[in-house]
Design a protein around this ligand. Structure first.
Ligand code: ATP
Ligand code: MG
Length: 393
């Protein structure tokens, strides 16, 4: 069946009081954005507590559902029949026909849930429930009413128009992008950082990303992998402005001048410093990383404290308490896993020490960094000024 409309359900934004329209407008904007990539023409409309997507042309059902399922803020997608107000007898007949087409199977259980928002309609919700229950039972052999655990619910909403639907497809949840500021994601080619970006975007945060590239130690293929990951996250978050920073000279300088067991920590401190500079230039009010406590030496609580110390902006680490397997599960769910496990080297793996410190001493680290003091500011400035920007969508 080609549905002419979809009812979009949303939860959290319903609770925002006077700000509600801001959230609803952001949600409509996001729905429009996601449907732009789908063939067909759609009109998105708002009515008291409801958002509708109306199809004006033919479209591919799976494609539309797939797009709508990636819009943060949507909790449910209901393909529906929308009717102009009509005589009650006609409504009853149309609902029975609709249910027959939607559920041709034998012996289903159901219940009717009518809601009369328009109190001028001459029949009450209870009467509609009773009458339609009766009609559907009569028209479908073996059907039965089950008010506690029905196979499906027949929803009938009497509003400006009449909405009828029996399916509620689960949406992505979260909040619409654009309702919570912008943050800078440190995006590597690994499993964790794309998941971290997804999780923060899900809270309504717009995302930009920074990738530290170290040619020729890291290849173009490694960079392409990061671009591909950004595109996969962008399927949910909307376009991502990816800043590619050439990190080679800085990394070589650290390698040359600092103790090797402190390499990773010092390198990570420079990544954070640079990420913060780019964040501030681009109006981002937070940083995001894919770190998880204890996963590797640079992610012990001691190490995290040492990397945090160089940042003024808050650092969001949404997978901080996850086990690796939990992060893997999420990356599979959002579709980044297959790309993340491609075997291209990342810049951190080339310069790693055999025995990195797990309890870095902040004083010692700062002292080691002094060895870079004559050259490092200029190198950082050069790296930031010569960034390459790639829009990923
Ligand atoms: P991931 O799976 O995200 O690569 P990881 O377990 O490999 O994480 P690390 O390499 O220690 O962990 O990196 C920790 C975090 O630092 C990453 O999640 C990412 O946010 C950031 N990061 C690491 N390398 C880079 C890089 N080359 N460019 C940008 N960010 C990076
Ligand atoms: Mg990594």
């Amino acid at each position: 069946m080609q549905y002419q409309s979809f009812l979009i359900k949303y939860a959290e934004i319903g609770t925002k009081g006077k700000n509600r329209y801001i959230f609803e407008d952001a949600l409509m904007h996001q729905i429009r954005h996601h449907l732009q990539k789908v063939e067909g023409e759609f009109v998105i409309q708002k009515e008291q507590g409801r958002i509708y997507v109306n199809a004006k042309t033919d479209y591919d059902y799976d494609e539309v559902i797939d797009a709508l399922k990636r819009v943060f803020g949507v909790t449910g997608i209901c393909p529906m029949m929308q009717l102009e107000k009509c005589e009650y007898d006609e409504l009853r007949k149309k609902v029975v026909d609709f249910v027959k087409v939607e559920h041709p199977e034998d012996g289903f259980s159901f219940k009717v849930h009518a809601k009369r928002a328009d109190k001028h309609y001459p029949v009450t919700s209870d009467e509609i429930n009773a009458d339609l229950g009766h009609d559907i039972l009569e028209a479908n052999e073996g059907a039965r009413v089950d008010v506690h655990h029905p196979d499906f619910v027949v929803y009938v909403e009497i509003r400006q128009k009449i909405n009828v639907y029996t399916q509620v497809i689960k949406g992505a949840g979260g909040m619409p992008i654009g309702t919570n500021g912008k943050a800078m994601l440190l995006l590597s080619g690994g499993i964790d950082s794309p998941v971290a970006g997804y999780m923060i975007a899900k809270r309504g945060v717009m995302i930009e990303a920074v990738y530290f590239h170290a040619p020729p130690y890291t290849s173009d293929r490694a960079k392409q992998k990061v671009v591909d990951l950004a595109k996969l996250v962008a399927r949910y978050s909307g376009s991502i402005k990816l800043h590619v920073i050439n990190f080679t000279d800085i990394q070589l300088a650290i390698y040359e001048k600092c103790p090797h067991d402190e390499l990773t920590i010092i390198m990570r401190r420079y990544m954070m410093r640079i990420a913060e500079m780019i964040a501030e230039k681009n109006d981002c009010i937070g940083l995001i990383t894919g770190e998880s406590i204890g996963q590797v030496a640079s992610q012990t609580m001691f190490s995290l404290r040492t990397t945090d110390e160089v940042c003024n902006l808050p650092v969001y680490r949404p997978v901080i308490g996850f086990d690796k397997q939990e992060i893997v599960d999420l990356s599979e769910k959002i579709g980044t896993y297959e790309t993340s496990i491609l075997p291209y080297e990342d810049c951190c793996t080339i310069f790693v020490a055999k025995h990195p410190v797990t309890k870095p001493n902040l004083g010692a680290i700062k002292k080691s960094e002094l060895r870079l003091s004559e050259i490092i500011d200029e190198m950082v400035e050069k790296a930031v000024n010569e960034e390459e920007v790639i829009w990923c969508s």
